[in-house]
Design a protein around this ligand. Structure first.
Ligand code: PEP
Ligand code: MG
Length: 316
């Protein structure tokens, strides 16, 4: 039965009553593109560009090498959306030549956009390479920064994009609670939000994502995390802008329904999860997703939130 449901699952992501929720793929490089196309991804919602920087521990990859890699991913989705995240170095993704070696708390230190603002040459090369890679292609390029904390960060990133001559939408990842709480202020500088729920959980619960002993607090069903998702989605709606999810949360089919009910406008996940999320979304109306979201937020624990949403979605 499960196989039949998946075989029937194709086409754009939508609830049973036709509310569209584009299903996008998370990719880590050109090698992931075939699986994304095969799964029917409507584009890429998170292109992690760190892979390019792993070959050389002393310097950033040359402009031309970057252009080539970006172009391969952009070409795979003609007419589709491709959301590229600029380099997210530091913490769980350290790079020798960029990441300070002596920080007591690397997850709270110079990482993500903070690293790039300290190394504007690295950011500029990446942005000009993206501009060149997108030249002449019909793709909808969107570029976003990891670890945006506030409006000052968002403006610095948008300024860098404009200075590099990038013809694209600029966005901010919401991975820090401050960004979710003040999403409307961040949206004065950028055109879209994308929730990185892995880091957002880490920073909301002060629970290192690399420490198994605190994994209970990394559960994306935590109602506090759902509250921050809701705040971000509401802010985006009020500003007439989009707010996707690209963290692991989007790959759980029932949670994907809850995120949709919270007002999230697209879901990006590993390609293998797309058919499952598409099939589950297609079985529920938007109103049901909204009721499931409200039930989950009314719970006190992640387990209770999951059970409450499941009860609504199964029509109990
Ligand atoms: C996230 O933090 O949820 C995210 C999508 O980024 P990464 O997992 O690469 O930090
Ligand atoms: Mg992250």
């Amino acid at each position: 039965e499960r196989k039949a449901a998946l075989a029937a699952s194709s086409g754009p992501g939508a609830t049973s009553d036709g509310h569209k929720v584009p299903l996008l793929a998370n990719v880590g490089g050109p090698g992931d593109v075939a699986a994304a196309v095969e799964a029917g991804a409507e584009g890429v919602g998170l292109f992690r560009t760190e892979f390019l920087f792993l070959d050389d521990s002393k310097k950033a990859p040359a402009h031309d090498k970057q252009v080539e890699a970006y172009r391969k991913v952009l070409e795979a989705f003609p007419e589709g959306r491709v959301v590229v995240r600029v380099l997210d170095a530091g913490a769980d993704k350290p790079l020798d030549f960029l990441t300070p070696a002596d920080e007591p708390n690397p997850a709270l230190g110079v990482r993500g956009l903070r690293t790039l603002l300290d190394h504007p040459d690295v950011l500029r090369t990446q942005l000009t390479a993206l501009a060149e890679a997108a030249e002449g292609l019909p793709v909808y390029l969107e570029v976003m920064a990891p670890m945006v904390a506030d409006r000052i960060d968002a403006k610095a990133f948008a300024d860098a994009c404009r200075e590099a001559g990038l013809q694209a939408k600029f966005g901010a990842m919401v991975e820090i609670p401050s960004a979710a709480l003040r999403a409307r202020s961040i949206l004065q500088e950028v055109e879209f939000l994308s929730l990185g729920t892995n880091d957002l959980a880490q920073y909301t619960f002060a629970a290192d994502r690399q420490v198994g002993a605190v994994s209970r607090l990394q559960d994306p069903w935590q109602p506090a995390l759902l509250d921050l998702v809701a705040a971000s989605a509401e802010a985006a709606k009020a500003e007439g802008k989009s707010c996707g999810v690209c963290g692991e949360a989007a790959s759980d089919p029932e949670l994907a329904c809850v995120l949709t009910g919270l007002g999230v406008t697209s879901l990006s996940m590993g390609a293998a999860s797309i058919p499952y999320v598409r099939a589950t979304l297609a079985k529920h109306t938007l109103a049901q997703c909204e009721r499931a979201a409200a039930a989950a937020r009314a719970a006190d624990t992640a387990d209770d939130a999951r059970a409450a949403a499941r009860a609504v979605l199964s029509g109990e």
